[in-house]
Design a protein around this ligand. Structure first.
Ligand SMILES: [Mg+2]
Length: 194
């Protein structure tokens, strides 16, 4: 199979770092469990000006600093032996060096790295013909699955809600790996039988 994989919130534990940085920067005291919206800046009630100021100062650190999500490196290494892994991220192309450095540091295997600079992944998914996508944004999961591509959604406080038919919630990378290994994607449609 050709598997599309998001980076932030899926391989990189970006939200934990974001919460820490935002708490420090704006003297707030939120926890990851409080982040009930993918737009974390909305949860913090920031103005656009404050958000842009924060990102200008911190964006590079946020690309380089996240820890690995539990199980991500091990599961991707095993998956990459049988499948082609395409990392598809909303990160801007200008952050390719930092992103590649981070992926190397954490020994993440991949066959392609696509940095879109925007959140809509539909065109990229169809261009590289992915059979399955691993994502943490519920909105992205809606969009990607609307093109007939099954999505495994890594559970997070900010992606709760009703799932469309081709989307399955997984609580961990171990569960994602098992679902793919078992070929247990029948329950979320047949988009991976290409
Ligand atoms: Mg993400």
């Amino acid at each position: 199979m050709r598997i599309g994989v998001d980076i932030d919130g899926v391989i990189a534990d970006t939200f934990v770092l974001l919460v820490r940085e935002l708490n420090n920067y704006f003297q707030a005291d939120l926890a990851l469990q409080d982040i009930n919206d993918y737009n974390i800046f909305k949860v913090y009630g920031l103005s656009d000006a404050d958000m842009f100021k924060f990102l200008r100062e911190k964006e590079e650190a946020l690309m380089e600093g996240p820890a690995l999500k539990d199980g991500a490196a091990q599961c991707l290494s095993m998956l990459a032996q049988k499948h082609a892994i395409f990392l598809v991220s909303a990160r801007n192309e200008k952050y390719r060096p930092q992103t590649e450095k981070w992926l190397r540091k954490h020994a993440i295997p991949y066959h392609g790295l696509i940095l879109l600079g925007s959140h809509d992944k539909r065109e990229a998914c169809s261009r590289i013909s992915v059979d399955l996508f691993i994502e943490d944004s519920l909105k992205n999961a809606h969009q990607i699955s609307s093109c007939g591509v099954p999505v495994l959604l890594l559970d997070a406080p900010y992606n709760q809600g009703q799932l469309p038919p081709l989307v399955r919630r997984c609580s961990s990378w171990e569960e994602i790996f098992e679902v793919i290994e078992r070929g247990d994607l029948g329950g979320i449609g047949n988009g991976c039988k290409k």
